[in-house]
Design a protein around this ligand. Structure first.
Ligand code: FES
Length: 155
């Protein structure tokens, strides 16, 4: 087993920040109908030293183990980042301590990156996400059929 696979397995033994965030400021949902996986990410912001930074992030996934492990790493890494800093994080960077994503797993990291960018695109000031607005992931998954790449799913 590769070092990467070992780290994925370790992360899955204790994934961080899994589950819906009731008081989130924004939420992003993407799907990859190529593999059938989906991921939703919630963000909560706070003011820190005059800047708006990410206070917390959480995720829910119908995804492969790599996507869950990357999302766990990413939601930890995002704490304290400004919107601009978060927007520039690549799938490889979001993988954190997992190390470089193998070629066959890059799209798994991109699913996490896509959910993050989708959440960042939803400005908290304009359109706060309310828990009652968040469809279940399974509902969104049904809307994803027919798409051929990682896409932002409209609520
Ligand atoms: Fe689809 Fe990993 S196989 S996200």
């Amino acid at each position: 087993m590769s070092d990467f696979e070992d780290k994925v397995r370790e992360t899955l033994a204790n994934p961080k920040n899994q589950g819906e965030m009731q008081d989130a400021d924004s939420v992003g949902t993407v799907g990859s109908p190529d593999c059938g996986d989906m991921l939703r990410m919630w963000l909560k912001f706070k003011e820190e030293n005059g800047k708006k930074v990410i206070d917390r992030a959480s995720f829910q996934s119908f995804g492969c183990q790599t996507a869950i492990a990357v999302a766990s790493m990413a939601t930890e890494m995002l704490k304290g980042k400004t919107e601009e800093e978060a927007r520039h994080l690549s799938a490889q960077e979001l993988s954190g301590d997992l190390g470089a994503l193998p070629p066959m797993k890059i799209h798994c990291g991109q699913l996490v990156e896509g959910a993050l960018k989708s959440a960042l695109d939803q400005s908290p000031a304009e359109e706060p996400a309310k828990a009652e607005d968040s469809n279940t992931l399974s509902n969104s998954m049904q809307q994803a059929s027919g798409k051929i790449r990682i896409v932002k799913l409209e609520e």
